[in-house]
Structures are given as C-alpha cells and as structure tokens.
Design a protein around this ligand. Structure first.
Ligand code: AMP
Length: 114
C-alpha cells in the first residue's frame, strides 16, 4: 500500500528503530512511547484492521504473538508481565490502518483500560 505509513517503514522509505524481524513480521519502537517499553509488531503483509483478517492470515497473526513473546523476553518483561494490545478502528484509537500489536511494559497497567 503506497500511502500506508507502516508499509513505508517496511520498505525502508521511513526510518524506524527496528529491534526484531523475521520473514513475516517487523518490530520497532513506538515514536511516542506510552510505557518504558513500547514496541509495535507489524506483519510484512498489509492488512488494514482486525476486520480484514481472513483465514489465510491466521498463521501470520499467530506469528505476531510469537514475536511479542520473544521481544518481551529480550526486554526482560516475561516475569513481571506486559500488555499486548491491538486497536481496531478509529473508535478504539487505531490511527495507522496496518494491523499492529502494541507491546507495552516496564510499568503497571490499570484494568479496565482507558
Ligand atoms: P494505533 O493508534 O493503535 O494505530 O497505533 C499507531 C502507533 O504508531 C501509535 O502509538 C504511534 O505513536 C505510532 N507511530 C506513528 N508513527 C510512527 C513512526 N514513524 N514510527 C514509530 N511509531 C509510529
């Protein structure tokens, strides 16, 4: 998608602080962190929102979570705990329409979320 911010990061057109990648996903630090650790985990394949996820994407979605687990371990968060969030739609706060997990850690989190 030529007008997608995260596709531009994947293509190297926009720089990012990449900390993890494999053939399916890329992960980089959020430009406006909401916690001491705030990493975005995105698929290389463009999918706009959770509403666009089809059966063919199920393996890819699973690999987003496998990346979250690996990054949490690298960041020293596995034992203390961390939060993984995917916003769907503007009403839930989604601002970039290329699905992504937010991995947040290094502080406490309230429930229910705001
Ligand atoms: P969401 O609002 O759930 O769609 O999350 C989008 C996230 O992308 C926000 O947390 C932004 O701070 C983050 N973001 C926007 N532009 C960039 C960028 N160029 N590099 C890293 N993170 C970004």
């Amino acid at each position: 998608m030529s007008d997608c911010l995260f596709c531009k990061i994947l293509d190297g057109e926009i720089p990012a602080d990449v900390i993890y990648e494999n053939d399916t996903v890329l992960a980089f630090r959020d430009i406006n962190p909401q916690a001491p650790t705030h990493v975005l985990i995105i698929p290389r394949q463009h999918v706009g929102t959770i509403n666009d996820i089809e059966a063919e994407h199920e393996m890819m979605v699973g690999r987003l979570f496998s990346a979250a687990k690996a990054i949490a371990a690298e960041e020293g968060l596995s034992e203390k705990g961390y939060r993984v969030v995917m916003n769907c739609g503007e009403g839930a706060g989604q601002s970039v329409f290329h699905i992504h997990l937010h991995l947040l850690g290094g502080r406490g989190f309230d429930w229910p979320p705001g």
